[in-house]
Design a protein around this ligand. Structure first.
Ligand code: AMP
Ligand code: FE
Ligand code: FE
Ligand code: ZN
Length: 287
């Protein structure tokens, strides 16, 4: 069984619609994918309909972007009861904050003399807006040679177009995901500073897994992360983080992930479902 537990669609910053993604997954020989769009579950219905047509299972997922001591920390969530209204309201608020941030970044770039418009960025983003859409607008106008080049020149932290994100913490994301009975999994953790102390606090709060088999991680990194997962009794998950060509290097389904992880996630999710889901409230907004 070939699986991929980390993928994106046009519902966030992926280049293919959920239905196209499912078709590609089938063509790549996969039998299960998790769709994990940034701050949205709006691609899931289309993905699940396409999955039924193509005999491919879709795990409902999400990826929540957070900030921890000045670094990006991304939290995946799996098997969420995503239709809950309060949860959808929270995601809408997170997306509204992304719009405000992206507009401020456009203003920054305009102040640098670049001809890029919010209208065009919004057109390029069918769903959740993010820096990849700003990057696409910069490439289109000839200010960068590629998405990666646009990040290096303008959009990465410390570059002149950068505006910090809203201050949702990794702990907030763990709680948000658990408020709809989802399993929180720390995404692409290899470069995070103080990983041990982060894992100590997040595991106490209910973290369920660590993304060990990620993208282009080489065997020595996978081994180190797997040992950490065992130490904290976390499930070892993985996936490609496929967004379509040009954004991340790993093709869809081209990251080996042990298939038994799916059943382990499934049984942990149903175990945790026996407890009532904790309530979640967004912390006050400070830009
Ligand atoms: P945002 O959520 O708006 O802060 O944008 C973050 C997203 O940009 C990540 O989820 C990645 O998909 C993408 N990204 C971040 N850094 C780079 C990079 N150097 N090159 C290409 N894509 C990147
Ligand atoms: Fe992304
Ligand atoms: Fe990520
Ligand atoms: Zn991702």
């Amino acid at each position: 069984m070939n699986i991929d537990l980390h993928t994106h669609s046009t519902a966030s910053d992926g280049l293919y619609t959920p239905a196209e993604l499912v078709k590609q997954a089938r063509e790549a020989g996969l039998s299960l994918i998790a769709l994990t769009d940034h701050d949205t579950t709006n691609g899931l219905e289309e993905a699940q309909a396409a999955g039924q047509a193509h005999h491919l299972e879709i795990i409902p997922g999400i990826e929540i972007n957070t900030d921890h001591a000045g670094t990006e920390v991304h939290m995946l969530g799996y098997f969420l009861d995503y239709q809950q209204p309060a949860f959808q309201q929270t995601l809408q608020t997170l997306r509204d904050r992304r719009v405000a941030r992206a507009q401020r970044m456009v203003t920054r770039l305009q102040e640098l003399g670049l001809q890029i418009t919010w209208e065009r960025v919004r057109e390029l983003a069918a769903g959740t807006v993010g820096r990849p859409h700003l990057a696409a607008a910069l490439v289109e106008q000839g200010y960068a040679a590629s998405v990666a080049d646009a990040f290096n020149r303008y959009l990465s932290r410390g570059r002149p177009g950068y505006v910090p994100r809203y201050k949702l913490t990794p702990l907030d994301a763990v709680q948000l995901i658990q408020s709809v009975h989802g399993l929180p999994v720390l995404a692409h953790p290899a470069e995070l500073p103080d990983l041990d102390s982060l894992l100590t606090s997040l595991t106490q709060a209910g973290l369920a897994g660590l993304e060990v088999y990620y993208g282009e991680y080489p065997p020595e990194i996978v081994e180190r992360l797997h040992a950490l997962a065992e130490k904290y009794q976390l499930l070892s998950t993985g996936g490609s983080d496929y967004h379509g060509p040009g954004i991340h290097p790993t093709p869809l389904g081209k990251r080996q992930v042990p298939a038994e992880i799916v059943e382990q996630l499934r049984s942990l999710a149903s175990e945790r479902r026996k407890q009532p889901a904790p309530l979640f409230e967004l912390p006050p907004y400070q830009l």
